[in-house]
Design a protein around this ligand. Structure first.
Ligand SMILES: [Zn+2]
Length: 462
C-alpha cells in the first residue's frame, strides 16, 4: 500500500513538472511570437501598399483583381509552402457617376447632403426623384403611418446607433436593419426612395455605405445613406417644415458577373498535413474606401501568422492555411466557394479563424463552437492575458468562415477594441492613417499565439 502511494505521488510530481515545463515552453514561445511581430514592419508596409497603392477594391472591379495579384505575390514572399488562387464568381455592382441628394426648404434654404448609395441598390429613374420626405425610426412606425402617409414619399430612417451600448457592435446590430431592410419595408407602403442616417457613433460628414437586401416580390426602390451631420440637419428642418422637398438622383446598378478569387497561402503540416487550420480576413472593400480597417487589417493579421511561423521556424503539426476571401461586402461568394470546396474535397478542418473587426488593439477571442471547445480556448487565458487578451467568450466567428459552421467546424473570431471602428466602417475615411502600427502587429501576434496553441494541443486540455 505504502509503495503504491509513493508511486502515485512520484507520478503526480512528474506530471506536474511536465505541465509546468510545457507551460513554460508555451509562454516562452508566445513571448518570441510577440517579439517577432513587434520588431517587424512587413505587415504594416503591406497594409500601406494595399490601401495606398491599390485602394478601394470592391469585388468585380479591376482594383479587386489588382489586390488579388498583389496578395498572391505578397503571400509567396512570406515564404509559405504553397500559394494559389481559388476561383469564384461574383456579381458586379457599379456605383455610377451621379449621386445627388439635395434638400430644399422654403424656410431654411438648400442643403446639398453628403450621400452615398447603399451597396446593391438600384438607381433612381433618369432625371431623379423629387418628393416629400417622411422621417421614421422603426418598421413599426411605417406600419402605423401606412400607405396613406408614405405613398409617393422618400422615407428617411433616422434611428441613431445607441451610444450607451458599451460594445459598439451591439449598437450596430440594433440599427443595421434600417440599412439592410429599410428599402423593402418602405416599398411595401409605396415609398419611392429611402435615405438612412449613416450607421456611426460619430457625428461628421462621411456617409457610410453597406449592403441592402431586396425582396424579389417587392418593388425595388433606391436607397442611400447621408452623413450623421446631414441627418441631424434634415431631422431638424423636417420638424419645422414638413413640406420640404428632396431631390434624389443616382445611377448605381448590378451589371452582370465576373470571375474573381480567394487568395490562399499554406504552411504544410509536419505530422498531420491533411488536417487544416484556416485563418483569414477579406480582401475586398467597399468602392468608396481604401478599407484599411475593413478588412485590410484582417488580411495582414492572417498573413502575419505565416510570416511569424516561418520566421521563428515553428513547424506546425497541422497545415496552416491563410485565406484572403473575396466578396465579403456584397454577396459573400468567396466564403461560399471556400466552404463548398472544403466539403467537396472532404477536407478535415479542425478550426477556422477570422479577423474582421479592424486594426485596433485585439482584446480576445470569440468562439462559435460547442462548450468543450470554448472551455479549451479559455484554458489558455493565463498564457495570453499578459498580452492584453482577456475576453474569451462564446460568440461570433466571422462572415466569411460562417458557411463552414454547417459542416460542424469550430469558428473563432479575433475580438478587437471596437470603440472607434464605426467612425470609419464602410466610409471614405477608413484610411491607412487610422491604423496604428503597434496595434496591427499585436493582431498578427494574437492570431499566431492562439494558432500555435491549437496546433500543439488540438484543443485538448493540457
Ligand atoms: Zn469586413
Amino acid at each position: 500500500m505504502k509503495t503504491k502511494l509513493r508511486a502515485i505521488l512520484i507520478l503526480s510530481a512528474l506530471l506536474v513538472n511536465f505541465f509546468l515545463f510545457a507551460q513554460k515552453e508555451d509562454s516562452l514561445t508566445i513571448r518570441k511570437i510577440y517579439e517577432n511581430a513587434l520588431l517587424c514592419d512587413t505587415g504594416y508596409n503591406n497594409l500601406y501598399y494595399l490601401t495606398k497603392k491599390i485602394g478601394p477594391r470592391l469585388a468585380g472591379t479591376p482594383q479587386s483583381l489588382a489586390a488579388v495579384d498583389w496578395a498572391y505575390h505578397a503571400m509567396k514572399n512570406l515564404g509559405c509552402d504553397t500559394a494559389y488562387l481559388q476561383e469564384t464568381t461574383v456579381a458586379r455592382w457599379i456605383r455610377g457617376d451621379v449621386e445627388i441628394c439635395n434638400i430644399t426648404s422654403t424656410k431654411f434654404g438648400e442643403l446639398k447632403t453628403k450621400v452615398c448609395a447603399l451597396g446593391g441598390s438600384v438607381g433612381t429613374p433618369k432625371g431623379g426623384i423629387l418628393a416629400d420626405v417622411i422621417e421614421v425610426k422603426t418598421f413599426d412606425e411605417l406600419k402605423t403611418l401606412g400607405e396613406k402617409n408614405i405613398k409617393g414619399k422618400i422615407v428617411f430612417f433616422n434611428r441613431a446607433m445607441d451610444p450607451t451600448e458599451i460594445n459598439p457592435f451591439y449598437a450596430y446590430g440594433k440599427a443595421v436593419d434600417q440599412r439592410g431592410h429599410g428599402a423593402k419595408e418602405a416599398a411595401k407602403y409605396g415609398a419611392v426612395g429611402v435615405i438612412i442616417r449613416t450607421l456611426s457613433l460619430t457625428n461628421n460628414d462621411f456617409p457610410h455605405t453597406g449592403v441592402l437586401r431586396y425582396d424579389e416580390k417587392i418593388v425595388k426602390i433606391p436607397a442611400a445613406a447621408i452623413s450623421t451631420n446631414d441627418a441631424e440637419i434634415l431631422s431638424k428642418w423636417l420638424k419645422q417644415d414638413s413640406a420640404l422637398k428632396m431631390f434624389f438622383e443616382m445611377y448605381c446598378k448590378y451589371d452582370g458577373e465576373a470571375k474573381s478569387y480567394n487568395v490562399i497561402g499554406e504552411i504544410k503540416g509536419s505530422e498531420k498535413p491533411n488536417e487544416i487550420i484556416t485563418v483569414g480576413g477579406h480582401l475586398d472593400s467597399w468602392d468608396i474606401t481604401p478599407g484599411a480597417n475593413d478588412d485590410g487589417a484582417g488580411c495582414i493579421h492572417s498573413m502575419d501568422v505565416i510570416r511569424i511561423f516561418k520566421s521563428l521556424k515553428i513547424k506546425p503539426k497541422h497545415t496552416i492555411r491563410t485565406v484572403l476571401f473575396m466578396d465579403e461586402e456584397l454577396n459573400q461568394r468567396g466564403g461560399g466557394t471556400y466552404a463548398e470546396t472544403v466539403k467537396k474535397e472532404n477536407e478535415k478542418m479542425i478550426v477556422a479563424l477570422e479577423s474582421d473587426e479592424g486594426g485596433a488593439m485585439p482584446i480576445g477571442f470569440s468562439v462559435d463552437a460547442n462548450s468543450e471547445i470554448v472551455e479549451a480556448v479559455k484554458q489558455w487565458e493565463p498564457l495570453l492575458k499578459p498580452y492584453g487578451l482577456y475576453e474569451f467568450s462564446k460568440g461570433w466567428g466571422g462572415v466569411d468562415i460562417d458557411p463552414l459552421k454547417k459542416q460542424g467546424i469550430p469558428l473563432i473570431g479575433l475580438t478587437i477594441n471596437a470603440q472607434r471602428y464605426f467612425e470609419y466602417h464602410h466610409a471614405q475615411n477608413d484610411t491607412f492613417e487610422t491604423v496604428n502600427k503597434r496595434e496591427l502587429q499585436m493582431g498578427g501576434a494574437a492570431f499566431a499565439s492562439l494558432i500555435y496553441l491549437i496546433d500543439k494541443y488540438d484543443f485538448e486540455k493540457k
